[in-house]
Design a protein around this ligand. Structure first.
Ligand SMILES: C[S@@+](CC[C@H](N)C(=O)[O-])C[C@H]1O[C@@H](n2cnc3c(N)ncnc32)[C@H](O)[C@@H]1O
Length: 492
């Protein structure tokens, strides 16, 4: 018997004809989904992460088709899979398994240039950064400033330095270059996330679906313009409605994109060529939509996902990954994050050398950018940054000089902390860890100069603290990296 609210069950019947086993499908979407996590291989080996989490009581099940992923089986932790020290330190990301599939189809490699057209909150952006081993450039765009905030927090937490964040309506995304790989994980009616949030189905109307469908077509249209000849666009939506899936792909075919088949590591059905909707209307799509994939929740016990791999015909224009400058738009590179001047770079290097004993050669793996009173560490390509408009940030913020003394950020200290030789403080006990991680003050003397220090617990670099011999060590963790005392961060 389904636990779906009656209205949702009534609604979902429109898919009766296109699902192989409708009862099985309804049964699956009526059951909540245990969360899954992705080890952040930029920072930690998946086995090491699993053994750390298991020591603290997580019950993890390995995902057979991807070594980065684990399912969290413990029902209590499953409610809050992000409540651990490892999560706060960016060692993993909570990501639904079907959401891992579109990046697998796009297959970004180290050194690639990728445009992520609807990127927030960054599950796929950060997964692609891992696939690229942090080498190459991802341009991650989203229209919503709130969601960009979440995306930036995730990039910071996972210590991803090769992402350029832009905030634009992707329907009119401005760019002087074309891209060899584009991910369009489009805004959609999210029916496939019903196991996480049943309201997604309960509040759906056909008007909303139609609106999403036209938005998606406009986004595909712009993706087509931005794609280099021979380039690949992966289009995905976490929904079942053919209006947002095969219908959009048919539109893409009309634009001139070709549909390519692909292998998935999980079970899927081909896209539907013909179906009859709830009003008895018959819809027929291009035969080639059969090459797309529908990942129904009951096939692999996941959420739902539709994926298409689309290629723009033509040979590649340059051996140089799309860096021919296309004057498709009348824009000039208005990036207001610029490489630090010689003097500023000297100031930056000298600060980390003198305060923390970090060899400046260690810092040279980053391009140091400056905007206003802050420095940023970026490891993507400058020539991409230079030709983009509406840049929100590139890389991660490293140092702020607006106050009385320079203030390093927690994310940057986490990146370089293990190469530092001075002003490192180590916490001694679980209670000190909890105090620091929850934004409090550890009241004792440390062997450090007054001012900003690197704070460690065992081998983990926790972040930035402010040490004063009179007060103690005051946590400088940003709010989104703080824990609550009740979380149980570590076994005692
Ligand atoms: C399905 S979510 C993306 C999820 C993301 N790819 C991930 O894996 O974490 C769709 C995103 O599209 C964004 N969006 C909606 N309309 C947009 C537009 N016109 N241009 C750019 N982004 C848009 C939303 O703010 C939302 O963050």
């Amino acid at each position: 018997m389904s636990s779906l609210p009656g209205r949702s069950l009534e609604y979902i019947k429109r898919y009766r004809d296109i699902v192989d086993d409708f009862d099985c499908f309804v049964e699956a979407i009526s059951r909540p989904l245990n969360p899954s996590i992705r080890a952040n291989t930029l920072l930690i080996d998946p086995d090491l992460l699993a053994s750390r989490l298991e020591k603290r009581g997580f019950k993890l099940r390995r995902v057979p088709w991807h070594q980065w992923f684990f399912i969290v089986d413990d029902p209590e932790l499953a409610e809050h899979p992000g409540r651990s020290l490892e999560h706060l330190l960016g060692y993993y990301y909570v990501q639904e398994l079907s959401s891992a599939l579109p990046p697998i189809v796009l297959d970004p490699k180290p050194g690639d240039l990728v445009l992520d057209m609807a990127a927030a909150p960054g599950s796929k952006t950060t997964q692609m950064a891992q696939m690229m081993k942090g080498i190459g450039t991802i341009v991650a765009n989203d229209v919503s400033s709130d969601r960009i905030g979440a995306l930036r927090s995730n990039i910071d937490r996972l210590r991803v330095t090769n992402v350029i964040l832009t905030r634009e309506d992707s329907r009119s995304f401005r760019s002087k270059i074309k891209y060899p790989k584009i991910l369009l994980d489009a805004p959609c009616s999210s029916e496939g996330t019903v196991r996480k949030d049943p309201s997604h189905l309960a509040n759906l109307t056909m008007t909303r679906i139609r609106r999403f469908s036209s938005l998606q077509k406009a986004l595909v249209r712009r993706s087509y313009d931005l794609l280099e000849p021979g380039g690949v666009l992966v289009y995905s939506v976490c929904t079942f409605a053919p209006e947002e899936a095969e219908d959009v792909v048919s539109y893409a075919i009309d634009l001139g994109l070709d549909v390519e088949g692909f292998e998935l590591p999980v079970m899927s059905d081909p896209g539907v060529v013909k179906w009859v909707d709830e009003k008895g209307r018959v819809h027929e799509y291009h035969k080639k939509v059969e090459r797309t994939a529908r990942v129904w929740p009951h096939l692999n016990d996941t959420g739902g996902m539709f994926i298409a791999k689309l290629r723009k015909p033509g040979g590649r224009l340059s051996q140089d990954r799309g860096y021919d400058i296309f004057m498709t738009d009348d824009i000039h590179g208005t990036a207001y994050m610029e490489p630090a001047s010689k003097d500023d770079l000297e100031f930056f290097n000298r600060y980390f050398e003198s305060r923390f004993g970090v060899d400046r050669r260690e810092l040279s793996s980053y391009i140091v950018l400056k905007r206003g009173r802050s420095f940023w560490a970026f490891s993507g390509e400058m020539r991409t940054l230079e030709v983009l408009d509406r840049v929100e940030s590139a890389g991660i913020r490293a140092l702020n000089i607006s106050g009385r003394i320079p203030k390093p950020t927690t994310s940057f200290l986490r990146l370089i902390g293990n190469r530092a030789k001075r002003n490192i403080t180590s916490l001694r006990s679980y209670s000190e860890l909890v105090e620091f991680m929850s934004g409090g003050i550890v009241r004792r003397k440390f062997d450090a100069d007054p001012g900003f220090v690197i704070v460690k617990y065992g081998d983990d670099v926790l972040g930035c603290g402010m040490y004063s011999p009179r007060l103690g060590l005051v946590s400088q963790l940003p709010k989104y990296m703080r824990a609550e005392a009740s979380w149980g961060l570590h076994p005692e």
